[in-house]
Design a protein around this ligand. Structure first.
Ligand code: HEC
Ligand code: HEC
Length: 137
């Protein structure tokens, strides 16, 4: 059960990352929501898609949105998602790029049986924790 969920999360995350190299032939539909400070995710990512990515981050690290996102300066009850004031957001960007690089370099061969691309995601290392665990003996 848990395994199925992880597999689904992995598929979604790699699917969205793959969008960065996808150029549509026809002009895209105008969107209501638009990210204003995206440096790693595709600039034309939809609200649906970014919500999925962010939910996956939350599950992968076992945290809430405020772990990476800073409080709004005007309304402390809200988060300012575009702000870079929380250093963990920077750490997460570094992690996203690292994960993409590892996949590009080492996991580009489709599975012989299923034909699916096996790739690592945040949860591969984090497994629901802020800091990936190390085995101590
Ligand atoms: C592990 C850290 C992390 C967590 C947890 C996280 N985010 Fe993010 N979020 C990021 C990073 C990094 C970016 C910027 C991505 C980029 O530069 O392409 C971002 C960007 C965003 C943006 C786009 C802002 C803009 O306009 O540029 C939204 C909206 C957002 N996050 C919402 C959320 C929500 C809602 C949650 C909780 C469900 C959440 N995030 C949890 C790291 C995180
Ligand atoms: C190859 C293993 C690996 C993968 C994949 C990975 N991480 Fe990490 N991550 C780590 C390690 C190890 C640390 C601790 C680094 C340190 O403390 O210097 C870490 C630390 C972090 C931190 C900082 C936590 C803190 O307490 O400040 C964030 C945020 C983070 N990772 C987000 C992500 C996100 C988001 C993804 C997926 C896009 C991801 N990581 C994928 C291994 C990984």
């Amino acid at each position: 059960m848990r395994y199925r969920m992880i597999a689904a999360v992995a598929a979604v995350l790699t699917g969205v990352f793959a969008l960065s190299s996808f150029t549509p032939g026809s002009s895209p539909q105008p969107q209501e929501w638009k990210g204003t400070n995206l440096k790693v995710l595709p600039k034309d990512i939809t609200q649906e898609e970014i919500k999925q990515v962010m939910d996956d981050f939350k599950v992968a690290l076992g945290v809430k949105c405020g772990f990476c996102h800073a409080q709004s300066e005007t309304d402390p009850k809200k988060l300012d998602f575009a702000s870079d004031a929380n250093p963990r957001k920077g750490a997460a960007r570094w992690m996203m790029k690292m994960t993409q690089r590892i996949n590009k370099k080492h996991f580009k061969r489709p599975d012989e049986k299923t034909g699916e691309l096996t790739q690592i995601t945040c949860i591969t290392c984090h497994n629901g924790k802020e800091h990936p665990a190390t085995v101590t003996r």
